[in-house]
Ligand binder design. Structure first.
Ligand SMILES: *Cc1c(COP(=O)(O)O)cnc(C)c1O
Length: 356
């Protein structure tokens, strides 16, 4: 590829993917890196090099004022040996949209996509091929200027890391308990809730920790203004299956526009469901539960694909769903999405990008 620099490891033959993979703890041999320097005219020195520690000044802007954005997507090894990514262009479009909001320079999507494909080809032996396994891809951009002062940086680093991962739920597709709370909010209108920016996740840790102490895996956030409407559950978008409708909160700037969410909406419309993006109050969910018109709740996101909900707690109210097996629609969607990703179901929406 034009002007892509290769600094490859010679000892690369000894790829050893651990049998038991803990999410996000194993990285492949190489990473992609390029630097932004406004004086040099933009993004420079795109390089595939050894995954290694990096040198940054303790004054680097990112540590103090948090200019950092990231993405998360996956590559899959299919049974016929093909390696594919799921809608990667959507992730890079979203990265650029996060960049605009955080005053970070945008990247050239075509170029970065080609560099990513090169990187995956070089490190393809790191893609586990056991069922449910994949290669998690983490693009990240952060400000590196060694100076203090609240202003946008003029120097940035863009990197792509590759991490082999196992299935999100190793014991199988099992529903999880969640709790809604008014104590914490995730994002407010006019804020950065629709960006994958580091601070949003730091701000979610305390709520998550408290929920886990009470035996819940995730927090269901409510809208910050009225605290009536559901927004997101942890790092997943939320879907509600009513008797005659499937609904998900509309995108108002406080919700991360998930690519799994977008894909689920397209599949459901294709299947003829009555699907709506609209405000859904917690009250509406509780009322429908009480008169048996609520079938199931599930979350959507790249990591777990679909997460079925076994229990929703809010103050003294507990809504209970089948705790042993996932809801019917959630299971159908999970089978469809993973079927497309692993090449078992035809990719009729053209969602896959072939790496090789
Ligand atoms: C990444 C993320 C999602 C899910 O997005 P996908 O593109 O489906 O992986 C949902 N909510 C939050 C807060 C996220 O960070």
């Amino acid at each position: 590829m034009d002007n892509l620099i290769y600094e490859l490891e010679s000892s690369h033959e000894e790829v050893n993917v651990p049998e038991k993979l803990i999410f996000g703890q194993t990285f492949s041999t190489h990473a992609f890196e390029m630097n932004y320097d406004s004086e040099a005219g933009g993004w420079i020195n795109p390089t595939i090099k050894k995954f290694d520690v990096i040198n940054l000044s303790p004054a680097a802007l990112v540590f103090h004022y948090g200019q950092a954005i990231f993405e998360g997507l996956k590559a899959y090894k299919q049974e016929n040996g093909n390696i594919v990514m799921f809608r990667p262009e959507k992730n890079f479009e979203r990265l650029n949209s996060s960049a605009r909001k955080m005053c970070i320079p945008e990247i050239d999507i075509n170029f970065v996509m080609k560099a990513l494909i090169e990187l995956i080809r070089i490190d393809k032996d790191w893609i586990p091929d056991n069922p449910g396994h994949s290669l998690y891809i983490r693009p990240v951009v952060f400000a590196t200027d060694p100076m203090l002062g609240v202003k946008p940086g003029v120097k940035y680093k863009f990197m792509i890391l590759l991490s082999p991962v196992g299935p999100y739920y190793p014991e199988g597709f099992k529903p999880v308990p969640i709790m809604a709370t008014k104590k914490y909010v995730r994002a407010v209108r006019g804020g950065v809730g629709d960006c994958k920016t580091a601070g949003n996740y730091a701000a979610s840790l305390l709520a998550q920790k408290e929920a886990q102490k009470l035996g819940f895996t995730q927090v269901l956030y409510l809208d910050a203004l009225e605290q009536k409407y559901i927004e997101e559950v942890g790092t997943m978008n939320m879907f509600v299956h009513f008797k005659d409708e499937v609904a998900t909160p509309r995108l108002t700037g406080t919700i991360l526009p998930g690519i799994t969410r977008m894909s689920v909406l397209e599949i459901l419309k294709d299947w003829g469901y009555n699907v709506n993006e609209r405000d859904i109050s917690l009250q509406e969910i509780i009322e429908n539960y009480n008169n048996n018109s609520l079938l199931e709740l599930f979350g959507t996101g790249t990591a777990a694909v679909i997460s079925s909900i076994s229990k929703l707690k809010y103050n003294d109210i507990e809504l209970l769903f089948n705790a042993e097996s996932a809801g019917e629609l959630g299971t159908k969607l999970y089978t469809q999405l993973t079927g497309i990703q692993y090449g078992i179901i035809e990719d009729k929406y053209n969602w896959l990008t072939k790496v090789e």
